[in-house]
Write a protein that binds this ligand. Structure first.
Ligand code: NAP
Length: 382
């Protein structure tokens, strides 16, 4: 009897159903063929988002939370952010609930992908984004509310700061503890994965005590790894440096070969993820993972793209590559490599969904399901 690899999954809202349908058999085939039929995936479906609301009256049922706590690993499709009431964002809520403090988003050029760059093969970044603070922990008060007025008068009274009375107010917390743990995580990731450079991406020239502190505390952690990290490019060690965020966006486009692991506070990582995805074809090919000390949830970088829901056109690559990340994380690197290689060969042979095909002359787009079938065939042949 084959041994089962149990994986929890959430289909997600919008295009979630399309990408799940196109992808799950690819992952099953990869596990089956990588281990000569000795292992197979047993899926456990969990509900969240609109489907959960329709079914049980809750956007995030207790059973879903308990199952993720117990199984410790899950893959999910995108979840639409409910408008009005409920969670600010279900995705953010899941990351906070399980303390998934490291958001990992590899951005690697695969042969055949369209790119606005002349030398896209140099794009091989890993964005490590702090996933619990900054934007995600931010508090806002609407312009004209009692709370906003109180905060303004407190600021005036205590610090003499005068802010226009018709302002909305936001608070952006970045802590020493939160920064230290993501910096440590990024350095250990870089060591384990033999990465060459870690660049802290910050706006510390302006926001000195949040973004600037993120930079300072990250360097302090780096100094605790003298055997592995250098600040001057010593041969054989990881070069640790930093860039101001606006410059980093330019550098990523003009000199991608100089960058490797990008260590970002939450908001910078958010912006940079989509911008870097654009260098290799777009959101359709950008995988991701949210990782804590105990639990990990894998998911594509993109959202639920509601206008494409149910149309069988969307690109499932980001979900497939997120699945490959999951397989590697749970100790099945051979299966992960099969998925990656099959996606790469499929793209190289010019089989692409609309988002990539529209960037290359002469390519006729295939459906989401057809792309999945092709990748599955490649997995089986590999
Ligand atoms: P989005 O769903 O990521 O879609 C934005 C655009 O990106 C799409 O219109 C499409 O571009 C392109 N795109 C996204 N996924 C693609 C794929 N698999 N293949 C090809 N192209 C793809 O962003 P949004 O429209 O701003 O957000 C929709 C909802 O998703 C919101 O409720 C948002 O809060 C939520 N969201 C969820 C997550 C998550 O679950 N982690 C992440 C982000 C957003 P074209 O129109 O140019 O074809």
């Amino acid at each position: 009897m084959p041994s089962n690899v149990t994986i929890c999954y959430i289909r997600g809202d919008g295009v979630g159903e399309d990408i799940w349908s196109a992808s799950h058999e690819v992952l099953e085939e990869a596990v089956r063929s990588a281990y000569g039929g000795e292992k197979r995936i047993e899926w456990i479906e969990l509900l969240a988002g609109q489907k959960a609301l329709d079914h049980s009256g809750s956007l995030l049922p207790d059973e879903t939370v308990e199952a993720i706590r117990e199984k410790k690993v899950a893959i999910k499709g995108p979840l639409t952010t409910p408008v009005g009431g409920g969670f600010r964002s279900l995705n953010v809520h899941l990351r906070q609930l399980f303390d998934l403090y490291a958001c990992l988003r590899p951005v690697r050029y695969l042969e055949g992908l369209p790119s606005p760059l002349k030398r896209p093969e140099h794009v091989d970044f890993v964005i490590v984004r702090e996933n619990t603070e900054d934007l995600y922990r931010g508090i806002e008060w609407e312009e004209g509310t009692d709370e906003a007025r109180e905060v303004l008068s407190l600021l005036k009274e205590r610090t003499g700061t005068s802010i226009s009375a018709d302002s909305g107010i936001g608070v952006k917390p970045i802590s020493r503890g939160g920064t230290r743990r993501i910096a440590k995580w990024a350095i250990e990731y870089a060591i384990k994965n033999k990465r060459k450079v870690i660049t802290v991406v910050h706006k510390g020239n302006i926001m000195k005590y949040t973004e600037g502190a993120f930079r300072k505390w990250s360097y302090e952690v780096a100094e605790e790894y003298p055997d592995a990290v250098s600040f001057d490019g010593t041969e054989g060690k990881i070069l640790f440096n930093d860039r101001i965020a606006d410059n980093m966006f330019m550098q990523a486009i003009l000199r991608p070969e100089e960058y490797d692991v990008l260590l970002c506070p939450n908001l910078n990582g958010d912006y940079l993820s989509d911008a870097c995805a654009a260098l290799i074809g777009g959101l359709g090919v950008a995988p991701g993972a949210n990782i804590g000390d105990d639990i990990a949830i894998f998911e594509p970088t993109h959202g639920s793209a509601p206008k494409y829901a149910g149309k069988d056109v969307i690109n499932p690559t980001s979900f497939l590559l997120s699945g490959a990340m999951l397989l590697s994380y749970i100790g099945l690197p051979e299966a992960a490599a099969k998925v990656e290689r099959a996606v790469e060969s499929t793209l190289r042979s010019g089989i692409m969904t609309y988002d990539l095909a529209r960037q290359i002359q002469g390519i006729t787009p295939v459906a989401c399901s057809a792309f999945g079938k092709e990748v599955k065939k490649m997995v089986a042949q590999s």
